[in-house]
Design a protein around this ligand. Sequence first.
Ligand code: ADP
Length: 372
Amino acid sequence: MSAAELQPNAQMLEMSHVSHRYRDGPGRGAAAAAVDDVSLEVGPDEVLCLLGPSGCGKSTLLRLAAGLERLQEGRIRLRGLTVADPASGIWLPAERRKVGLVFQDSALFPHLNVLGNVAFGLDRLKPAERERRARALLEQLHLAEYARVFPHQLSGGQQQRVALARALAPAPPLMLMDEPFASLDTSLRSQVRDDVLHTLKASGSATVLVTHDPEEALFMADRIALMQAGRIVQIGTPEQLYCKPVNRFVARFFGELNELPGRVEGGAVRTPLGPVAAPGHPEGASVSVLLRPEAVRIVRIREAAAGGSHVLASRLLGRYSLIHLCVHDEDGREYHLHAHVPGVQLPAPGQCVELALDESQVFVFPAEAAAV
Ligand code: ADP
């Protein structure tokens, strides 16, 4: 890839109408596409997370971008240069795409110590500069004390952090990462994510990060592409996906939801917690109102009074309290809702509550057809 071929203002990665079928594909059947007509762009400095359940095609998409899987359909461009376009017979192999790669368990070079591993990709630098850069990366990832240690002396989690440092050291213009934090202990994971995010932002590397963990995507991403069955269901900022999900799959992917059935009357749905606006839904339509547990606000706690909304149980779950509530609609039907409230708030079972809704975390979708 010569510099003259590259367009300075181009997107770092452009995938257009990319599809991929494994010949002997398990899962959704041999004929089903692992990736089905996906288009996306990643801008300079941007962290894009590919998020979705296992088997939805995230890794395949990443491998296609890297050139580890031969493109069958569509077109891929890196910094404006077409690297894969089967219709035109264009194919640039992985080693010439100059992208950084990190996988869940990346292998280190066993004969090189940690410093040697991290310095490995810096061969264009003078030796002193190489060592300075490698040591800086080890500092950033809290690995400085391991510089002279060999891979077999490290735990799996430490090896993965060294692999991250090695991939980040050359500050590649595009970094492709497939579940890079999955093998780390929970206690270390958030620290390493934070370190990696700061390093990526400091180096200006555009990044595609595969994860099945919505919290990780919210933490890392400038934009999230949520995938289902080989397709992108919604792509946008974390706020857009969390607060404006396009369907119930997207809404549910980010956590548990309370669901209340209802009917649109005068542009709104009456719920036990008050009316909820239903713009875009036809009058009379049957709908489901989905409420995130944090949307259910406890305005006041009172002593028991017959028939009102009341507490069934309360549990402290660490950062927030989960309150099980019993509410009733106008016809006296009973519903069990979950509310998440910050900190330690543990009202006693039977206590009556006055509830309100945070409408930014309330979503109205057409009712699901009953199973036949
Ligand atoms: P994800 O990364 O979201 O878990 P993958 O891209 O790994 O999903 O897989 C997408 C689909 O392709 C799945 O049905 C999976 O079983 C199938 N698949 C993945 N890799 C191969 C392969 N090497 N050979 C055959 N089928 C594969």
